[in-house]
Design a protein around this ligand. Structure first.
Ligand SMILES: [Zn+2]
Length: 428
């Protein structure tokens, strides 16, 4: 008699991580994690098991490693040789380069991000921004990291705090919001039928320039975040920007007035009361932009606001050397340090977010979940995306980074990206 062939159970796409530590709030919890590779969402494990009698198709033993939500970088100018601000090679080359960056970025643990454009002429924004918006309902792991909308850093910034932004393209706001529409393109500041949000998600501008302040409420009404940066703003001017709706500070301490005991400048607004008036703030923990103690002070002042950003340039992942920069100047790359050729002026960074997390751990004494928060739940809160991103709660997108802890010779803990999952599917 032939052996009975049991009919194969239909696949349900459910995956279970086991033998792992989940980043949940300020804790590392030894729990399993259930998610669906079909819906791309995290599942309620008890409910899935008991109510639907479902068992996973795949059980992944992570050998005690850490599972973090996918990292979110809200300020990154490019990577792997591609610069979001350069469209000179045409739309098809730009689209190709963008695809390659997305596939490269995800390997660094960044599953979603705000592609950042430095100060440019209006025609550059008009070409690039329609390509940098959120992808809408497309949920394909092959596409790599996902844009959550563009970050326009400039051109409404202070000419005396321009950093490496080209002076000739900086603009003065004469009227208000319409200047932003003329510069970025009105369509890029509107919700499109496909995307729930506009192509531009964040604007960095100097609130003391012309009529910038008057434009903030309309930007915010359109779900576009206003970030204070590249600015000469006093404490009072920065406070007025917060009152008008600003919720972020771009690379705190860099390209702004330093803290003065009689005028604390932009840094002072981290001490505002009530606490919900305090903005979020980006810090670049690459070991060059800020002294470790400066980072620690900022974190102690307002821990729930601190967001680690790379501010990385296209040189991330390229060998050391001298490279042409978009404004005709040249940039020297020496390890993680980028400077304008022939000067000691810092020209962005070439660090990855996981390196920033390790530095932050070492400099502040934060716990691993506290450090991971600064690239997951905190940026998700800033972006109003707590249901979808930055957490391991049921219903959130199944974007994960599997992290390995390594203790260095100097007893400091380094974190390494081992695996990355996007929408419930392993990406690398
Ligand atoms: Zn900047």
């Amino acid at each position: 008699m032939p052996a009975a062939i049991s009919p194969e159970r239909p696949k349900n796409g459910i995956v279970k991580f086991t033998n792992c530590r989940l980043v949940k709030g300020n804790d590392l919890m030894e729990e399993d994690l259930w998610f669906s590779s079909v819906s791309g969402k995290i599942l309620q494990s008890q409910e899935t098991f008991y109510d639907y009698q479902a068992t996973p198709d795949e059980i992944v033993d992570l050998g005690g490693r850490i599972v973090s939500p996918g990292f979110i970088d809200v300020q990154i100018n490019g990577a792997f040789g591609f610069d979001f601000s350069v469209v000179s090679e045409g739309i098809s080359m730009y689209t190709k380069g963008l695809h390659e960056v997305n596939r490269g970025l995800i390997r660094t643990g960044v599953t979603s991000y705000l592609p950042t454009i430095t100060s440019q002429r209006p025609e550059i924004y008009h070409m690039a921004l329609p390509l940098l918006g959120p992808p809408g309902n497309k949920r394909n792991v092959e596409d790599g990291a996902e844009s959550l909308g563009a970050h326009c850093e400039g051109p409404f910034i202070s000419p005396t705090k321009n950093g490496i932004h080209t002076l000739e393209v900086l603009q003065h706001v004469k009227r208000g919001f319409t200047d932003f529409e003329d510069c970025y393109g009105a369509k890029n500041l509107q919700r499109s039928p496909n995307n729930a949000r506009p192509n531009v998600r964040m604007v960095t501008a100097a609130p003391e320039i012309g009529n910038v302040l008057a434009a903030i409420p309309e930007l915010v009404r359109r779900d576009i975040l206003f970030s204070i940066g590249h600015t000469e703003a006093t404490f009072e001017e920065a406070s007025r920007a917060v009152d008008a709706g600003a919720t972020m500070v771009t690379h705190l301490f860099n390209a702004m007035k330093p803290l003065h005991h009689r005028n604390p400048g932009v840094f002072g607004i981290l001490g505002k009361t009530p606490r919900h008036k305090r903005p979020y703030f980006g810090v670049i923990c690459d070991g060059f932009h800020l002294h470790p103690t400066t980072v620690k002070i900022a974190w102690n002042a307002h821990p729930e606001g601190l967001i680690l950003v790379t501010d990385a340039m296209k040189y991330v992942g390229l060998p050391d050397g001298v490279y042409d920069w978009t404004n005709g100047e040249r940039i020297t790359k020496a390890g993680g340090l980028l400077t304008l050729e022939g000067s000691d002026r810092i020209a962005g960074s070439s660090v990855t977010l996981i390196e920033c997390i390790s530095n932050f751990l070492m400099w502040t004494g934060a716990s691993i979940p506290e450090a991971i928060k600064a690239v997951t739940s905190t940026p998700a809160k800033l972006l109003g995306l707590v249901r979808e991103k930055g957490s391991l709660r049921p219903g959130a997108d199944a974007d994960f980074v599997v992290i390995r802890e390594v203790v260095d010779g100097d007893a400091s803990t380094k974190l390494l990206v081992d695996e990355v999952w996007k929408f419930g599917v392993r990406a690398c």
